[in-house]
Unconditional design. Sequence first.
Length: 327
Amino acid sequence: MTSTAMISTVDYHTAGEPFRIVTGGVPEIPGADVLSRRAAAMAGHDGVRRLLCNEPRGHADMYGCFLVPPNDPGARFGALFWHKDGFSTACGHGTIALGVHAVREGLVEAVADGVTDVVIDVPSGRVTARVRSSAGRIEGVTFVNVPSYVIARDVRAGDVRVDLAYGGAIYASLPAAALGLSVEPRHLNALIGHSRRVKAALAGHPATRHPSDDRLSGVYGVIFHDELPPAADGARRQRNVTVFADGEVDRSPCGSGTAARMALLDDEGKGGELRHESVVGGLFTARVAERTAGGVIVEVDGMAYRTGRHVFELDPADPFPAGFTLR
């Protein structure tokens, strides 16, 4: 990024997790499709990511995206997701925020009463944000994900065993109780430490390779979960925290991670509805909507809220042009 550039964003949070949408000031990111544009962004736009994500303009748990053209006219636009350590292949909470953004900003033709489908191409495939409105007010969004599936069960990762599942990215999943912990803010530092050890132990493991595209390989996040008492209507309840990238904590229940959890539960014959709570109390409701040869299609209900608009710049005398993080 040059010191004279001005970058505009619109910020949201989904169930507490931030999402910064870049709306202007970034040069076109080349590529034949969204997945190849991701590689181009990693090579040529990483300075912009760091400027917007790192302190003092962001923080160690910031998340956002660049908007790019779709793969074909079947989608409204594409999205390249980023965080403090790089670019991810999937983001359910971001897809929910993009659905709200597209309707509120007039990027799609939306109905005032009913459902508007916002189709988005992301690195893991084509997803949909199904936006529900009443009297012109957005009431909720359903994230319809790419197929999710179980990769492997009971995989040794250091001194613990995990289940591996794909929900647009690969997640390792285990009960927090297996570590003598619970999903609570007071245990976050310990859970972050365990997530790093799990990822290090699984680095290069054959089960973490994507079966058809190595660009989607590797454990992206580690999901720690607690089983909670069933809801009054009998629905399953779990609390989770997803620690992704290098120790980044998802404040939401994690949309693509929720899809991976649903694939595991469905494989165990425990489908139905899941009320998935986050470490800060955010809520997603998920279900298996369809079974395909490639996996289960999971729908995740949530909502995003706009928190502000920004125009960022880089002063030519700024001693921290790439920003910084303290963890």
